[in-house]
Design a binder for this molecule. Structure first.
Ligand code: DSN
Length: 416
């Protein structure tokens, strides 16, 4: 169905899609987990592939008519293997959470022990939390960041591992700005006879190009989502050695899911092909350069960042000392009012609730996809600093809105 057909069949949805496109063009996303996929990925995701049921795997399906979806899924698998150097890849998980669920199902029994980073220190719901299936099915214990540095404390992880004797240690995070030492965590896991699950949802693009050390070939299992820094179709992925292939494949289907979302797998295949190009390597280099420049500019104006900077695509602003009366929620709302979209985030030593918080998370994948580089990071830093200084001042808001609109207009996310 083309857009004209959608407009006449369902004006509400057609209008909302058009308005969402305009919102993405007119505002600036600094949400670290968001990106703008290519028109080619969008076309693959919005295609007739959505109609096909294909339970099973390429060449081994439960339905007829799977020749074309087989080609697409195999291409996604082969391209992922080339991107990350994995022995075995499953591209069917509907999301990063489903990918993690597949690993737990493959190697844990209900009641087994997961050791993971606390959510408020940058972990993820699917790494073990009482409101999530992980907290309900498994015995979850947590490690925490060193609150004086904001960094992983590998000694503490080793001590916690000895105390709780986990069956799996989860590393890889949603709000951690520094490089992760996968070897160190694997040696801790080996000492206590646990698996390591490396969740690279956020950094998969950096890992693919070598901008962040790779856990592939180090950790027992590597999972991720496929739409963040890797900028492919929306969903999840699991990677492992051949020895775990059957267990993972059965845990994804039929263990945790039914029919694969073939339109999303098509979007994964297209995005992975794009990520195998030198242009993507340059993109990721620019993502990290932009994050480091933005971090320096904010810090030189007195803003505190957790760990004092970033090695990756994201940074965490800690307002506790510098702006004790400004909450993450207030800053998020004030920035949204001027067209800068980011999310409030808890920080180490957090005293406020997760709905309020004392920090915000800032990421550069989406702005870098729009072509923004150093000069634009300077404009963004100035805008953020002005709002931090006077979040409710109408004149400041007007001036920042105008600068954001000018920047967004020069760097559209999509052609209109
Ligand atoms: N929602 C993602 C993020 O923002 O990090 C994690 O799933």
């Amino acid at each position: 169905m083309d857009h004209e057909a959608l407009r006449s069949a369902d004006p509400l949805v057609a209008e909302a899609i058009a308005a969402e496109g305009a919102r993405q063009n007119d505002t600036i996303s600094l949400i670290a987990s968001e990106n703008h996929v290519s028109e080619a990925v969008l076309a693959a995701q919005g295609s007739v592939m959505t109609n096909k049921y294909a339970e099973g795997y390429p060449g081994r399906r439960y339905y007829a008519g799977c020749a074309e979806v087989d080609r697409v899924e195999q291409a996604a698998i082969d391209r992922a293997k080339e991107l990350w150097g994995a022995e075995h890849v499953n591209v069917q998980p509907h999301s990063g959470t489903q990918a993690n669920q597949a690993v737990y199902t493959a190697v844990l029994n209900p009641g087994d022990c997961i050791l993971s980073l606390a959510l408020e220190h940058g972990g993820h719901l699917s790494h073990g939390h009482r409101v999530n299936f992980t907290g309900q099915l498994y015995n979850v214990h947590q490690y925490r960041l060193d609150e004086s540095t904001g960094r992983l404390d590998y000694e503490q992880i080793a001590e916690r591992a000895k105390e709780v004797d986990p069956d799996i240690i989860v590393a890889g995070f949603s709000a951690y700005p520094r490089a992760i030492d996968w070897e160190r965590i694997q040696s801790i896991a080996d000492e206590v006879g646990a698996y390591q699950l490396a969740d690279i949802a956020h950094i998969s693009g950096l890992v693919a190009t070598g901008a962040h050390p790779s856990p592939v070939g180090v950790a027992d299992f590597v999972t991720g989502s496929t739409h963040k820094t890797i900028r492919a179709g929306r969903g999840g992925i699991v990677m492992c050695e051949d020895q775990h292939a059957d267990a993972i494949d059965s845990a994804v289907f039929p263990g945790g899911q039914g029919g694969p979302l073939m339109h999303n797998i098509a979007g994964k295949a297209v995005g992975f092909a794009e990520a195998l190009t030198t242009a993507f390597e340059a993109y990721i280099e620019a993502v990290v350069d932009n994050a480091q420049l933005l971090a320096e500019l904010l810090q030189s104006a007195g803003v505190e960042l957790v760990t004092g900077g970033t090695d990756t695509h994201l940074m965490l602003v800690d307002l506790q000392e510098s702006h004790p009366s400004l909450t993450g929620q207030q800053l998020e709302e004030a920035l949204e009012a001027v067209g800068i979209i980011l999310n409030k985030n808890t920080v180490p030593g957090e005293q406020r609730s997760p709905f309020v918080t004392s920090g915000v998370r800032i990421g550069t994948p989406a702005v870098t996809s729009r072509g923004m580089r150093g000069p634009e990071m300077e404009v963004l830093a100035d805008c953020i600093l002005d709002i931090m200084q006077a979040p409710a001042d109408e004149e400041v808001r007007e001036s920042v809105s105008a600068r954001v609109a000018e920047l967004a207009g020069r760097f559209p996310a999509y052609a209109v």
